[in-house]
Design a protein around this ligand. Structure first.
Ligand SMILES: Nc1ncnc2c1ncn2[C@@H]1O[C@H](COP(=O)(O)OP(=O)(O)O)[C@@H](O)[C@H]1O
Ligand SMILES: [Mg+2]
Length: 265
């Protein structure tokens, strides 16, 4: 049985006069210890999917149909109380633009330790120790703990967000555009870290990105999302070699062109 399974999910945003169909009949699944990729251009519905998986869609979103099963339980049937034992502990989200998600008046150490304390119910001193260890894993030192968010670069704050999601050792991590503000070297480190977590701790990882190189580097299976619909899925190698949908063909051709032009310089 897959750890997480999305079945025929349809999500619509309803504003006063208009409705936007953000996801239409979308299905996917991930097993423990597996990294799968969701690729799609801006507006394809990727963040809507990530938020739906954690029951974090806002008031304007309506789940028209579909289900999400985690360890066989339908997440859409959980009470707010049940969610407390799932969100962050079992399924963690590294949100899009997470580098901007920090409270400016509290130190990083305060915010990380509070999160760990709340999630794991451990003493503050132990939470601080785990926060420091998690920072090391993403290539940061524990001096970051005493920093305020504005004292760190966007890339550093993003790595702190990744460390914060990983520190509670959830069974599943959903990473929404998690390498966007990182330079190439740190992007590589973060992908390596997520790869290690999926292999050594048998974490399921869903990498959501518009960047094919990020997805192809880490994921053995890919789902291609286009205008809210799943247009193709399969093993990464098969999709890269034999893409069938015009959007997939275009992103592969664009990536090849970019690499070829860089080599030609
Ligand atoms: N809160 C919202 N209200 C109305 N429309 C929204 C809202 N959030 C997203 N959308 C729309 O839903 C579609 C999918 O958005 P999103 O899931 O953010 O895509 P992606 O993450 O792939 O860029 C887009 O057309 C977007 O404009
Ligand atoms: Mg998005």
């Amino acid at each position: 049985m897959p750890l997480l399974r999305v079945e025929n999910l349809t999500v619509c945003y309803r504003n006063k006069n208009e409705a936007t169909l953000a996801l239409h009949d979308f299905s996917c699944q991930v097993n423990a210890g597996e990294a799968v990729g969701i690729i799609g251009q801006s507006g394809a519905g990727k963040t809507t999917l990530a938020l739906a998986l954690l029951n974090l869609l806002g008031d304007r979103a309506v789940i028209e149909s579909g289900s999400v099963f985690f360890r066989g339980r339908n997440l859409f049937k959980l009470s707010p109380h049940d969610w407390q034992s799932i969100r962050g502990k079992e399924i963690a989200l590294i949100p899009q633009a997470s580098q901007n998600a920090w409270n400016p008046v509290l130190t990083i150490g305060h915010q990380m330790a509070e999160h760990i304390e709340n999630q794991l119910g451990i003493a503050r001193s132990e939470a601080v120790r785990r926060a420091a260890a998690a920072l090391h894993e993403v290539g940061l030192t524990e001096t970051v703990l005493s920093s305020y968010p504005h004292q760190l670069s966007g890339g550093m704050r993003q790595r702190v967000a990744i460390a914060t999601a990983c520190v509670t050792e959830p069974a599943c991590i959903i990473a929404d555009e998690c390498t966007n503000s990182l330079d190439a070297a740190h992007q590589n480190d973060v992908l390596q870290l997520l790869d290690n977590l999926s292999q050594t701790r048998k974490m399921a990882i869903i990498i959501i990105s518009h960047d094919l190189t990020v997805i192809a580097r880490l994921c053995r299976r890919i789902y291609v999302l286009y205008q809210g619909k799943l247009v193709e899925t399969g093993p990464t190698e098969a999709i890269l070699r034999f893409p069938t949908h015009p959007y997939t063909q275009k992103i592969i051709a664009d990536t090849q062109y970019l690499c070829a032009s860089l080599l030609a310089v």
